[in-house]
Ligand binder design. Structure first.
Ligand code: DUC
Ligand code: ZN
Ligand code: ZN
Ligand code: ZN
Length: 466
């Protein structure tokens, strides 16, 4: 078994910071020992990584990605190969992607299709949630089997009527099932029925530019759906995880639920923390790059999101990575914003943007690791293996240079998409060396990984409450 020692760094986890050396044996972390102690000095290794002046942190866990995802007649531009490689370049070593049920097909068929897309392609470890496009007797039964085999979370949509949409009765049934089998319901909370009315009215009035995407997807309709999802979960006595929270009014709904002691959780994404509705209104058709759902909000919503990330009313930052090229994909919506594929690229930059927030005084270093690594691992049944550095955990380790300055750009990023929503933005901090299960996949900014190293991870049920 190979032995690697990472010496001289500042180890940061969600709960502690210590000047310690890290011993890796094979695929696992074997020990941590305070620097200079006899224990650390006695370790013999085949390979030593010098982390002097660097942080040593757990690999990031991105619990919300859409690789090779069908949307609006096209597919998101990153495959499992390109997307997981870009993730690793950015210090993320686990992705939980969304397998999709097609209407009229079983969950099993959807899940098999996603296994086929990912198998042998991934640079880092991966797992699946399941999107339910239809809730009926058959799919409800299938949920039990999926939970038993490690697909323990299910996304439902209150948006996108006719595509992914579930009505309140279907949502309640799925929540009741999840309450019984230990699954976690993840909710896209926007009132899609009302939004579609506003879309139709906007288009009829000649309002076709990308910025109207933001105007029709009203914050109130995110809040209303969030409120409804919370009440339905309460009736079903099921835990609830609300994805891509962007509106301050929705944050308020989650905070109220949590103040009542309800097992209600939420995530936000870097785009809601760093971009605004002004990006959607960029001149020409440029705003199309910023079309995602939930939509970007006015800047004053960001303070509420940051506060919720500090207080714990929001627990996770994931990316909702769903890139579409400007050329040929975003352009499908010229003259009709409702045809712009929803989603934007972000899998590579989450760790760095959040580190910038540490430097800006928004969150602490430990909170950075909690939000990006530890909490998503616990929430989605990967605790003990992912999201932390402790004996027995997978050796997914990032040697992070907190002083490296970089300018984010499509010219230098590794995502398979022709633009960056962060083009020209300067951030400080960068993954320098990245290990995935003990194997170096990024070595001082040189790629040493390979497609197929990444393994599928069956997951336990949500470990957030224990
Ligand atoms: N929102 C997006 O922006 N993209 C994919 C699906 C979704 O809900
Ligand atoms: Zn969604
Ligand atoms: Zn999504
Ligand atoms: Zn939980």
């Amino acid at each position: 078994m190979s032995r690697t020692v990472i010496r001289g760094g500042l180890v940061i986890t969600a709960t502690e910071e210590l000047h310690a050396d890290v011993l890796i044996e094979g695929e696992r972390v074997a020990a941590l020992a305070a620097r200079g102690t006899e224990a650390a000095a006695s370790w013999r290794a085949d390979h030593t990584i010098d982390a002097t002046g660097r942080y040593v942190v757990p690999g990031g866990v991105d619990a919300h990605t859409h690789l090779d995802f069908p949307f609006g007649g096209t597919f998101s531009a990153d495959t499992f190969e390109t997307g997981t490689r870009a993730a690793a370049w950015g210090g993320t070593t686990t992705v939980v992607d969304f397998a999709v049920q097609s209407r009229g097909r079983s969950l099993r068929e959807g899940l098999d299709a996603w296994h086929a897309k990912a198998e042998g392609q991934c640079a880092v470890d991966y797992a699946f949630h399941m999107i339910l496009a239809e809730v009926n007797e058959g799919t409800l039964k299938e949920m039990d089997a999926l939970v038993a085999e490690g697909v323990t979370s299910f996304k439902l949509f209150m948006a996108y009527p006719g595509v992914f949409y579930s009505d309140d009765g279907q949502i309640l049934r799925a929540m009741q099932r999840a309450a019984g089998n230990g699954g976690l319901i993840m909710m896209h909370a926007e009132n899609g029925i009302a939004i579609d009315v506003l879309v139709e009215q906007a288009l009829a009035a000649g309002r076709t530019d990308p910025r109207y995407h933001g105007e029709v997807r009203r914050a109130l309709l995110e809040a209303e759906a969030t409120h409804r999802a919370v009440q339905l979960a309460r009736v079903a006595e099921a835990p609830l995880y609300v994805v891509h929270v962007s509106a301050r009014e929705a944050v308020a709904e989650l905070a109220r639920a949590r103040d009542l002691g309800l097992p209600v959780f939420g995530e936000t994404c870097p785009q809601y923390l760093f971009l605004t509705v002004d990006d959607l209104a960029r001149p020409g058709f440029e705003g199309a790059k910023y079309v995602c759902s939930t939509p970007l909000r006015p800047a004053d919503h960001q303070d509420d999101l940051w506060r919720a990330l500090r207080t714990g009313d929001l627990q996770v930052v994931s990316t909702d990575h769903c890139p579409f090229c400007f050329a040929g994909q975003k352009e499908l919506g010229r003259g009709d914003f409702s045809r712009i594929p929803n989603g934007l690229p972000g899998i590579e930059h989450r760790m760095d943007l959040l580190h910038q927030a540490v430097l800006d005084g928004r969150i602490s270093r430990r909170r950075w690791i909690e939000l990006a690594c530890a909490a998503p691992a616990r929430m989605f049944g990967l605790a003990g293996r992912k999201g932390t550095l402790a004996p027995g955990a997978d050796a997914d380790v990032v040697v992070y240079d907190p002083g490296a300055r970089q300018t984010l750009s499509a010219r230098t990023h590794h995502m398979n998409v022709d633009h960056s929503v962060y083009e020209g933005r300067e951030v400080t901090g960068q993954a320098e060396t990245v290990l995935s299960r003990g194997r170096t996949v990024l070595d001082r900014r040189t790629w040493t990984g390979r497609a197929g190293h990444g393994r599928y991870l069956p997951r336990a049920t949500c470990q957030h409450l224990d």
